[in-house]
Design a protein around this ligand. Structure first.
Ligand SMILES: Nc1nc2c(ncn2[C@@H]2O[C@H](COP(=O)(O)OP(=O)(O)O)[C@@H](O)[C@H]2O)c(=O)[nH]1
Ligand SMILES: [Mg+2]
Length: 372
């Protein structure tokens, strides 16, 4: 007995072709099964086609979630709805090889989790470009340094598991994003796991929903699991803007120091530090570019609240600047202890550490004051 979950988003063409294939395959192997199509109100009306298919095939049940979105939560929703204890999650786009399902089912007798895998004997990525294969291998290495992952193909969307295991561990799993298998692998301890190779097929109809954000999301999840924290999309965007801001800051500091012939970043007089003009220029230019990016992109605000937010952002940034130069002055004087003459590197490194410290404190203030 098997409940097969097909999460769908804009897969109308694919499910029209795939459901008859799945239905006849599983009917032939003499298996009691059901197919649950979980759609998230796809604009191409996949849910409507799913509904028609459910009338045509008694093995098919269709669900349209309105308001909710996301692959992981669609899978968990399907598991909740499943009639049978054994669950198989399968992409609706025909990229997975459904013919290994009976073999996977057989392995479920002795395992908690069986993964359709592209990374074990018999598995392959098909026509994946060489650079993507290299990237995937590098990503695997780095991922395993962050946290040991007890399976090779942790990005797979093709796996079998028991309903009870998921329900028992529901509060541990983060339903955000697409990487539900990674969550299961890393957050449920002592799983007996089997991977079965299959050849990943090319997508023929429709488009992939996974963008370049996937790799960022994957590593964010690993860090969240490793350090038991929650990293929001807002923080990632803010960090991205912040990192760009560091370069804008340093670049404009450098350019203005050339123009102003003001090559010392700091004027050192009587044990007292005063930022040079070049530093102030770098600071203000990066402040403005950070503000506009964060306002419209990170925090998704409109023109309405632009002026009050800009004022608050300035005040917080000045506070951050005080933090930045305090850290910097402290570190630079520590460096001076060991150096007998002026050293450019020392000022840049001290400045960099100052910027990072101010960045973290500013995030909390901006999130709670500027863009509350
Ligand atoms: N319900 C639901 N299904 C999704 C969502 N995102 C992707 N899917 C489905 O999940 C499966 C895998 O997605 P796909 O874009 O093919 O990822 P890829 O194979 O890694 O390129 C497909 O069947 C998609 O239709 C979503 O937000 N909600
Ligand atoms: Mg796919």
């Amino acid at each position: 007995m098997l409940s097969i979950i097909l999460p769908t988003y804009n897969e109308s063409e694919n499910i029209t072709k795939y459901i008859p294939i799945l239905h006849s395959l599983f009917s032939k192997v003499n298996l009691k099964f059901e197919i649950l199509i979980v759609d998230d109100n796809s604009p191409d009306k996949t849910w409507k086609i799913a509904e028609d298919l459910s009338k045509q095939y008694n093995s098919v049940r269709s669900f349209n979630r309105i308001g909710d979105k996301g692959l992981s939560s669609a899978v968990l929703f399907g598991i909740h709805q499943a009639k049978y204890e054994t669950i198989c999650v399968l992409d609706a786009d025909m990229q997975h090889d459904e013919s290994i399902v009976p073999k996977m089912l057989e392995e479920m007798k002795n395992h908690d989790l069986v993964i359709g895998s592209r990374k074990v004997v018999g598995g392959e990525y098909g026509e994946m470009p060489f650079y993507r294969q290299v990237m995937s291998k590098v990503a695997d290495r780095i991922a395993n340094l962050i946290i040991p992952i007890p399976a090779k193909d942790s990005m797979s969307g093709f796996f079998m598991i028991r309903k009870k295991l998921i329900l028992d561990n529901l509060e541990k799993l983060n339903p955000k994003g697409f990487k539900i298998l990674l969550e299961i692998l890393c957050r449920i301890p002592n799983l007996k796991i089997k991977e079965i190779g299959y050849s990943f097929r090319q997508r023929v109809h429709g488009k992939t929903k996974l963008s370049s954000m996937v790799i960022i999301e994957y590593f964010t999840s690993l860090l969240e699991i490793r350090f038991n924290i929650s990293i929001t999309a807002t923080f990632i965007k803010y960090s991205f803007v912040g990192i760009m801001g560091v370069f804008v800051n340093l670049l404009f500091q450098f350019l203005s120091s050339m123009i102003l012939e003001d090559n010392a970043i700091v004027n050192y007089e009587n044990q007292f530090f005063k930022p040079s003009l070049a530093v102030i220029v770098g600071f203000e230019v990066s402040l403005l570019s950070n503000f506009f990016l964060n306002h419209f992109w990170t925090f998704n605000k409109t023109l309405n609240s632009l002026v009050p937010s800009l004022l608050k952002f300035h005040l917080i940034s000045i506070l951050g600047f005080l933090i930045q130069i305090s850290v910097w002055a402290f570190l630079f004087s520590a460096w001076l202890h060991y150096l007998d003459s002026y050293n450019g590197l020392a000022t840049y490194v001290s400045n960099f550490i100052g910027i990072i410290t101010a960045f973290v404190s500013n995030f909390y203030l901006n999130k709670n004051v500027t863009w509350k």
